[in-house]
Design a protein around this ligand. Structure first.
Ligand code: C2E
Ligand code: MG
Ligand code: MG
Ligand code: MG
Length: 276
């Protein structure tokens, strides 16, 4: 603790830290019971082919509904789940529930539907990860081709054997997408050889795409690189028509964002599927 100025300041600061760690401990113990109390649920955000405006799939995003605290967004608990290792069992539930749901939608008349599931570094470090994925696909009868895993650039720095793990995933027929692309390091060196299928352009570039020439140029460059090395490319965080139009102009064919739809609960997602 840094002592700053008067004794009063010191105490205020001290108490803030204490409150923070209390809050963290409360959140951690609540998080520990959340799985068995079935407090997690998924929302699905459509992925759109922006040339045809058709839904090609969805990203599943976890939500936590706590009886007293209300709905807690992932930004508030994913990192805690990662630090405590709870992300491993939680991630397994997320994967199973995502696959189960998408299989149900495929059976209801959308056979080509693909689900994208976010996967944390910590999950890829689990030596049983591949086995778990295989088992879940078997249990849910989902084709591996209907599953995409979203990983962030940081795995290339953080996880040993990343390449061989991703290769195994691809060998199963599962797609690999690099989430938040452009925000990490060494972006250009790894896209050439690494076992990935898709670059997902980070929202920060899309946000000011229509007002900032540099963001526009960066997006154009990412799309060109992806096209020339045979990777798919998708933009996330599209909120305005102007942004969508510029993406089309830059040759980006896939997008996600509030302009098309917010992440939706199962029932609401089914309503928009029906009017496809
Ligand atoms: P992400 O994977 O990059 O997901 C995109 C986030 O942007 C989501 O926030 C989504 O709701 C939000 N978003 C989508 N369209 C727009 C838009 O047009 N404008 C803006 N401002 N935001 C948009 P969310 O659901 O709060 O998730 C935040 C992050 O938490 C995710 O970022 C991901 O890193 C993590 N996360 C969410 N669900 C899971 C999960 O099931 N497993 C793991 N490991 N991480 C997850
Ligand atoms: Mg994602
Ligand atoms: Mg992202
Ligand atoms: Mg993110």
């Amino acid at each position: 603790i840094v002592k700053s100025g008067t004794k009063n300041n010191y105490q205020v600061f001290d108490q803030t830290i204490e409150n923070q760690s209390l809050e963290r401990r409360l959140l951690e113990s609540a998080l520990r019971s959340a799985l068995k109390e079935e407090q997690f649920f998924l929302e699905f955000q459509p992925k759109i082919n922006i040339e045809t405006n058709k839904i090609i799939g969805a990203e599943s995003l976890v939500r936590w509904h706590h009886h007293d605290l209300g709905t807690i967004p992932p930004g508030k608990f994913i990192s805690l789940a990662e630090e405590t290792g709870l992300i491993v069992p939680m991630g397994e539930w997320i994967l199973r529930e995502s696959c189960r749901q998408v299989k149900a939608w495929q059976n209801e008349g959308f056979p080509d539907f693909v689900v994208s599931v976010n996967v944390s570094v910590r999950q890829l470090e689990d030596p049983d990860f591949i086995e778990k994925v295989k088992r879940i696909l078997e249990e849910t009868s989902l084709s591996p081709m209907s599953l995409e895993l979203e990983v962030t650039e940081s795995i290339f720095a953080d996880v040993r054997n990343t390449v061989s793990i991703l290769e195994e995933i691809q060998k199963l027929g599962i797609q690999v997408s690099v989430d938040d692309f452009g925000t990490g390091y060494s972006s250009l060196s790894y896209i050439k050889n690494l076992p990935i299928n898709t670059l997902k352009i980070d929202q920060s570039f899309v946000r000011d795409l229509h007002t900032n020439e540099e963001s526009n140029a960066i997006i154009m460059a990412i799309v060109n690189i992806a096209n020339s090395v045979g990777l798919n490319v998708i933009a996330e965080g599209v909120e305005m028509e102007e942004q969508a139009n510029l993406l089309v102009k830059n040759g980006c064919k896939l997008a996600q964002g509030y302009f098309y739809s917010k992440p939706l609960k199962k029932d609401d997602f089914e309503k928009i599927l029906q009017v496809q």
